[in-house]
Structures are given as structure tokens and as C-alpha cells.
Design a protein around this ligand. Structure first.
Ligand SMILES: Nc1ncnc2c1ncn2[C@@H]1O[C@H](COP(=O)(O)OP(=O)(O)OP(=O)(O)O)[C@@H](O)[C@H]1O
Ligand code: SF4
Ligand SMILES: [Mg+2]
Length: 333
């Protein structure tokens, strides 16, 4: 495995719940609640989980838009919280973010050429900016001659995301944090944009954290996959082992939700259907946070927190006292 570009150790990001003005806050939304993971150079870590499980909070904290409550974020081994202002300024070049909604993240009255040139301006880089912008446009599949002077609203969703990607890679970052970059796009366009991410990774040696709602979206792009639930990682593994041998009941429920292309296969398949709502991250369940929705929960699951432990398969870790054995899953459901 290549060296770690990003290392996260026991990260907590809690937001105070403001209840009564002037009264001390006693409740917190535990959006990220004890996450440890790493992203390796030139690789992609896919992160998947239901709405509200803390994916964006994790992403925003890595790029400095939220403050950690506790825990460590290391970039190339260096603790971000200990960096001085100069080092932080450099770091903001190295870690860039691509957002879900390419429209709201692009200034509506700025021309595409100006939007992609903005990072150069922010870092006072003046040499050959127009030609560098044109190169970037070509790199992401835009036409510099036609598109340079146009406004964002003149573009389709997929093209707007290409503009956002060009801006994010303008300063040659080392790490791209992509927060659901294809969720707002049509399925056919999603595949094209994912291909673009893959090509850019190969060409520029980029490292990605790639967040999605759905495990099928990250299947092709991710080298490693992590599943989040209520601010915690439930399972993390190399992609191959993950899709072949998912051990956590929650992961299996998410995999069951992906429709199979063959209707006959779909009809005959055993599914682990997820019931109930995501509990509140302000009052997460005791013990295993998934126990209120888990078909395999036993008494111990309500009392003790299952640690994220390495499984027998190399690189595969699962936070469950009773990881799914696939033959058992067939019998149970
Ligand atoms: N600034 C904030 N103040 C208070 N609560 C917040 C804040 N930001 C996020 N939250 C809460 O933290 C939890 C996690 O939110 P987050 O946006 O990180 O989830 P997500 O996994 O990205 O969801 P989605 O898939 O819908 O984008 C949610 O309950 C959300 O309401
Ligand atoms: S620890 Fe228990 S409740 Fe949690 S996922 Fe495993 S079996 Fe289900
Ligand atoms: Mg989000």
C-alpha cells in the first residue's frame, strides 16, 4: 500500500444544540463521533452512508470548514491543528473540495474562465493564467474557445461539475475531497463524470476521498470503501473484499438496496431490508448505534460498543459482534 496522505484519528465533530437563549448548551449533534481512517497516495477512499450520517461534516472538517471537537487530522503525517497560518495557507492549496451542487458552488455572474482562474488569483499567481485556464478546460472536457466567456447557467449539470472540477484541480492539489459530486446528475452523466475523475487521477496522481449516497456509485472508482452510520465507521475494506465479503449487517442492507440488472435475478434474491428511521445523532442508541435497526441484534449489542476490528481478511475491518457469514444471511432472511 502507498503512503498515507490523510490520516484521521478518533475524530469527533459535535455541534451544540441551541435550545434556550442564554442557557448553557447541554446537548450536541454528534455528527462525527469517533472516526479513524486513512487515505493512501494515488488511491480513492469511497465513503457511503444514509443522509445525515455525517459524511459532509467529515469532509468539511478535513478542509477546515468545521472545527474538530476532538481527535486528529494528519496531512502527510502533519497534524493540521498544529499548523501555523502560513502552513495552513499552503495546505488549502493541497486539499481541495468538489461539491455536490455544481450550480450553487459557482458564482452565477462570473464567466467560466474567471471561475477557473479564481484559485490563481487567490494565490497571487499571475503567469500565463489564461492559457493555464484553457489547458484546465481541455483537461476536464470543456471547449476553451467556446466556453471561456460563458456564464454557468448556460451549461448542463455535467458540464457545470466539470467547471467545478477544473477549479478544484487548478493549483495541482494532492488531495481532492469530493462530497457527492455526481449525486445531482443524471445516471448517464454520472458515469461520464466518474470516468473523468478516474482519468484525472491517473494523469495527475491525485488522491481522492469520494463521498456518495449509494454503494453502486463508488464501486468502480474506489480502492477502499468505508460505510458510515450515525457518525461512525461500521465497515472499511479494500474494495474487492468489500463487495465480495461485506460483513456488517448495515453494509449488507445497503448492498441489498442496489437493484440488479437482471429482473429474474432481482426477483429471486434474498434481501436484507433496512427498516425504521435513522435515529437522532443527538441521542444515538447505546452500545452498537445500529442495534435499533439490526435484524441480528442481541442483548450485548445494546450494552457494549463493538470496536472496529480487523477481520481475518487483510485490510477488512468491521464494527460488529456478529459479522454476517454469507451462508447464514441466506438462512436468516
Ligand atoms: N452546522 C451544523 N450545526 C448543527 N448540526 C449540523 C450542522 N451541520 C450538520 N449538522 C447535523 O449533523 C448531522 C450530519 O450532517 P451531515 O450534513 O454531515 O450529513 P450527511 O451524511 O452529509 O447527509 P447528506 O447525505 O444528506 O448530505 C445531521 O444531523 C445534520 O443535521
Ligand atoms: S453489533 Fe449487534 S446490533 Fe450491531 S450490527 Fe452487529 S449484530 Fe447488529
Ligand atoms: Mg452531505
Amino acid at each position: 500500500m502507498t503512503e498515507e496522505v490523510l490520516t484521521i484519528r478518533n475524530l469527533h465533530v459535535h455541534f451544540p444544540v441551541k435550545k434556550i437563549p442564554f442557557k448553557k448548551t447541554t446537548e450536541y449533534v454528534k455528527a462525527v463521533n469517533g472516526i479513524s481512517l486513512s487515505v493512501h497516495k494515488g488511491q480513492t477512499l469511497g465513503i457511503v452512508g444514509e443522509s445525515g450520517c455525517g459524511k459532509s461534516t467529515l469532509a468539511r472538517t478535513i478542509v477546515g470548514l468545521e472545527k474538530p471537537t476532538s481527535g486528529q487530522i494528519l496531512f502527510e503525517g502533519e497534524d493540521i491543528s498544529k499548523m501555523n497560518a502560513k502552513r495552513m495557507h499552503e495546505l488549502r492549496r493541497d486539499i481541495q473540495m468538489v461539491f455536490q451542487d455544481p450550480y450553487t458552488s459557482l458564482h452565477p455572474r462570473m464567466k467560466v474562465g474567471e471561475i477557473i482562474a479564481a484559485p490563481f488569483k487567490a494565490y497571487k499567481i499571475k503567469d500565463n493564467v489564461p492559457s493555464r485556464v484553457k489547458e484546465l478546460m481541455e483537461l476536464v472536457g470543456l471547449n476553451p474557445d467556446e466556453h471561456y466567456d460563458r456564464l454557468p447557467h448556460e451549461f448542463s449539470g455535467g458540464q457545470r461539475q466539470r467547471i467545478g472540477i477544473a477549479r478544484a484541480i487548478a493549483l495541482k492539489p494532492k488531495l481532492l475531497i469530493c462530497d457527492e459530486p455526481v449525486s445531482a446528475l443524471d445516471v448517464s452523466v454520472q458515469a461520464q463524470v466518474i470516468n473523468l475523475f478516474e482519468n484525472l487521477q491517473e494523469e495527475l496522481g491525485l488522491t481522492y476521498m469520494f463521498i456518495a449516497h449509494d454503494l453502486s456509485v463508488v464501486k468502480h472508482i474506489a480502492d477502499q470503501v468505508a460505510v458510515m452510520y450515525l457518525g461512525k465507521v461500521m465497515e472499511i475494506s479494500d474494495s474487492d473484499s468489500f463487495y465480495r465479503n461485506a460483513r456488517h449487517p448495515y453494509t449488507n442492507a445497503l448492498l441489498s438496496a442496489i437493484p440488479l440488472p437482471d429482473p429474474l435475478q432481482e426477483k429471486s434474491r434474498k434481501q436484507l431490508v433496512l427498516e425504521g428511521e435513522l435515529p437522532s445523532p443527538t441521542h444515538p442508541p447505546s452500545g452498537c448505534v445500529f442495534h435499533t435497526r439490526c435484524p441480528f441484534a442481541k442483548d450485548v449489542c445494546k450494552q457494549s460498543i463493538p470496536p472496529l476490528e480487523k477481520d481475518d481478511v487483510q485490510g477488512h475491518a468491521v464494527a460488529c459482534f456478529y459479522p454476517v457469514q454469507h451462508h447464514e444471511l441466506e438462512e436468516t432472511i
